[in-house]
Unconditional design. Structure first.
Length: 385
């Protein structure tokens, strides 16, 4: 399907809703039936019929159809947050006594799920450096049931060879899940490389305006229906109709936003990579990056995140740089219109965040501002280190 068709038309049934250009928000918890037979049918087919919004809502369904198509999946299912999607996808594939191989340096709360939550229920987790596929093979046990990927990873942006890991997983009868939030469905489609389930924090690029939270899981109809009947309906971490409508609105501008972000990021990265106060830029699309060729093979182009290692001898120097920035907001998330930083030095005062990363690492997210405007801001802050 054409990208323009998916974003602007798929699933919207305009003739059904008064030819409205924007889809309606069907803000209802419940749906009535005219006969017992109709209600009986809805109860038996809740994934496809409208019985109760926790199971199926028309506005949410529009978003699910669009995101499934963008990820080249048979189906998708929406959640109230990105972690709701991650947790449901993982729980759908494991049970007590199973073993998971997960990449290191995932999103912080995914790490918490793997290290603290799953072991409580008898699921063992081994974390590996995913940049070498051989590390997955070395970690496999007879009870390994899942490989969990995040490519690129949070903060350090290492890649996994998706085709190679997927082939290894199939050989050992393991499922594969990837968090594809970094790339967006426009820049990378892991199902095409053999990955089984793709999750996104819709809060990031899909929303695009830093005003709504949600998540999505995309995959085969069989796997999505399994999640629907268990984790989705039982745990209830569903997306509201209004939030789904905001995400549909965000999708309208996703291609132009991602194009702008990609272009601006390249310019900001080029400036920082040549600056004497920057020791290293962690960005897979730099020619000097060891996985540069893999990045081009798996992703259509870059998105807006990268990290820098500053030439700094103390926390105070890093803090001075970050505090001097005037146009980069300091915040934990990313993916909206605004440019952001996340200084690792902030985590060094928190006992809850031991990320095994150097204190001089600063993660950047480039938004929709003019790149020269952002470069001037970085330049004046580096001068004050």
């Amino acid at each position: 399907m054409d990208l323009s068709y998916i974003i602007n038309e798929l699933g919207e049934e305009r003739g059904k809703y008064y030819d409205a250009v924007a889809p309606p928000i069907l803000q209802t918890s419940n749906f009535a039936s005219n006969t017992v037979a109709e209600m009986r049918y809805k109860m038996r087919h809740e994934a496809d019929a409208h019985l109760y919004t926790r199971g199926n809502n028309p506005t949410v369904s529009i978003l699910e159809k669009k995101l499934a198509a963008l990820e080249r999946a048979e189906e998708a299912i929406a959640f109230g947050s990105g972690m709701g999607a991650v947790a449901a996808a993982v729980l759908s594939q494991v049970k007590a006594g199973d073993h998971v191989v997960c990449v290191k340096r995932t999103y912080t709360w995914t790490k918490t799920l793997m290290q603290r939550f799953l072991p409580r229920f008898g699921v063992d987790v081994t974390q590996v450096d995913g940049s070498d596929t051989a590390n997955f093979e070395r970690a496999i046990r007879p009870n390994t049931r899942l490989f969990y990927l995040e490519s690129p990873t949070s903060f350090t942006f290492e890649l996994q060879d998706l085709a190679a890991v997927a082939a290894l997983a199939r050989k050992h009868n393991c499922a594969t899940i990837i968090d594809n939030s970094f790339a967006s469905p426009l820049h990378q489609n892991p199902l095409s490389f053999g990955i089984d389930l793709v999750v996104h924090s819709c809060t990031k690029y899909i929303g695009g305006h830093s005003d709504v939270m949600g998540g999505i899981v995309c995959g085969s109809r069989e796997r999505i229906q399994k999640i629907f009947k268990a984790e989705y309906m039982t745990l209830g971490a569903v997306m509201s109709p209004h939030d789904a409508w905001l995400f549909i609105r965000g999708l309208r501008t996703l291609p132009v936003r991602m194009e702008r972000v990609a272009d601006s990021t390249q310019k900001v990265v080029a400036y920082l990579a040549s600056h004497p106060k920057v020791a290293q830029v962690l960005f897979p699309f730099l020619p000097s990056h060891p996985q540069h060729a893999l990045a081009h093979r798996q992703m259509r182009t870059n998105s807006g995140q990268f990290s820098v290692l500053l030439h700094a001898d103390s926390l105070e120097q890093v803090d001075r740089f970050c505090d001097s920035l005037q146009h980069f907001l300091m915040a934990a998330s990313w993916g909206g219109h605004e440019s952001l930083i996340f200084p690792m030095s902030a985590a060094y005062t928190s006992q809850e965040m031991k990320l095994d990363l150097p204190f001089n690492l600063v993660r950047f997210y480039v938004g929709l501002e003019d790149p020269d405007y952002l470069i001037r801001d970085v330049a004046q802050a580096l001068a004050k280190m």
